[in-house]
Design a protein around this ligand. Sequence first.
Ligand code: ADP
Ligand code: MG
Length: 604
Amino acid sequence: MSKIQVLPPHVADLIAAGEVVERPGSVVKELMENSIDAGATVLTVEIKNGGMTYIRVTDNGCGMSSEDAQTAFLRHATSKLKNERGLEAISTLGFRGEALAAIASVSRVTLKTREKDSPEGTEVRLEAGEITDVSPSGCAYGTTMIVENLFYNTPARLKFMKNDRAEGLAVTGAVLKEALSHPEVSVRYIRDGKEECHTAGDGRPASCLYTLFGNDVFSGMLPAETDMDGVKVSGFVSSPGSARGNRTHQFFFVNNRYVKSKTLQAALEQAYKNSLFTGRYPACVLYITIPPGEVDVNVHPAKTEVRFLREKAVFDGVYYAALAALDRQHDRGELSLPEEKPPVMKGRVSVPSGGFKTVSAESYRSGGGMRPVSVERGFFRRPAVRDHSVPYTVTPKMPKTTEPEPEEEQASFLPEAPKWRIIGEALKTYIIVEVQDGIVLIDKHAAHERMIFDRLKAAGDRPMTQILLAPVIFPLSPEDMDVLTENAGFFRELGFEAEEFSSGRAAVREAPEDVDAADIPETVTEICEKLRSGKTADAATRRDEALHTIACKAAIKAGKRSETPEMQVIVESVMRDEVRYCPHGRPVAMDITKAQIDKGFKRI
Ligand code: ADP
Ligand code: MG
């Protein structure tokens, strides 16, 4: 009997739509998640040339019948979701039924699969999404998916792939996250014929972490665990001495799904508030377990962003897990920062009212009730004294994750005196930066807009785009629709694949990557309006105008509070003097010298 069904349109419409297959790394992510969803306990991932020419994922999961092996490649074909009610409590990694369709449409795919109790397996071959061959196969039970020559039929996409090394690193990042997310699955990863890693699959995050990152990183991690108010947290956080120069090593898994979350990040960093220098970030591998109905994963196409029903409870869980880990370490006397001791760590039990429900302050401080159960504590003890003034270099077994890590870990633990310091944000609009001889006010929207505008211009013919698997559809006036249709080529050069969808409604299938899906309707409409009013302008001006609109919509908004990392990026760019005026010619930064201030106070 077939397990896979095509979702009815009214359910498919409820699904957060958008990019899935951006690069080899995202293919590997989707294939690994399918294998995990299929109950696999052993997984092999093999890539060649950064995954551009060859990706293979082999699993020992439930396999598929011959019929399902073909249905699987239809859009919205899934065995994981039947109706809209299923969306309320998703317990599988996939649910949208889009990944295989999307992958197959831009590559050559070979699928070999056999259900355990079936005498015979099936082999299905596809080219550019079309099935070219179905035949019986004497394969092992489970599923092998081979994806070759990614984007061979979409040269425009191909052009925007980075080199094999960079794509390979992104694959490695994806493998690492999937392997960490499911320590009970043994993952073997082969890159260009060489085995990069092989996790034990023994269900212990500790052994997974050790295998993937090596002893240096591992020995700097402290076990962390809480279980309060329906939120279970377990895993590891870095000791302050093992903090890093950026956030790339913060891994959060919610119900064994890798997620990016400002809430979780803030909770973690809050716990280190008094023990880290500015510019240093804790690392972590934390598993948060909550009832599936309390987390909405249908927020973002890549399924890495989530919304929590009880955000505060989740925040507290992570915060106290990290805090308790740090406190325990401190009590063991292992924390010895040179000179500058972190204040307030000793004996601190700051329990905000209402936040901490199931553990008493006393037992909390001693770590009672929150002792890690899944790991042998002794194993993690670090040498009692660690000389933090010695450069602390990390030599992970696996290359680091996707994001580049500028200057990461090469400096000593103590950062060199910074030339500037972000003091904060005023009026939700201006970033205040202290510099050697005064203060600089930065208009964050204007500065960010400029950065994006410059990047778009530098991209030349066509900016980086995201293919939206389901188009963004929105109403457009007849006048604007005419402009859109007449200027399809112009829009394409800007990165928009747009067309009339039905009377009065436009559809965008591809958009510049800087523009959030939610901002697409407004951006396209505004460009249409500008084109209508500026008919006489020359081509270059019209293009610049359109790029302004895109940059403006993609930039962070004034009037909305910004997170420190956003501010950091903007300030760095302004301080490097790359950005001085916004695309409209307004200044992005204003200097107020110490002399000016002193004068105001009649000190000079
Ligand atoms: P989704 O994972 O959202 O359901 P996909 O397009 O990724 O959508 O996969 C479609 C369907 O194909 C899955 O629902 C599942 O039934 C089947 N499938 C995909 N990969 C595997 C696999 N490795 N083993 C067994 N079944 C699989
Ligand atoms: Mg899937």
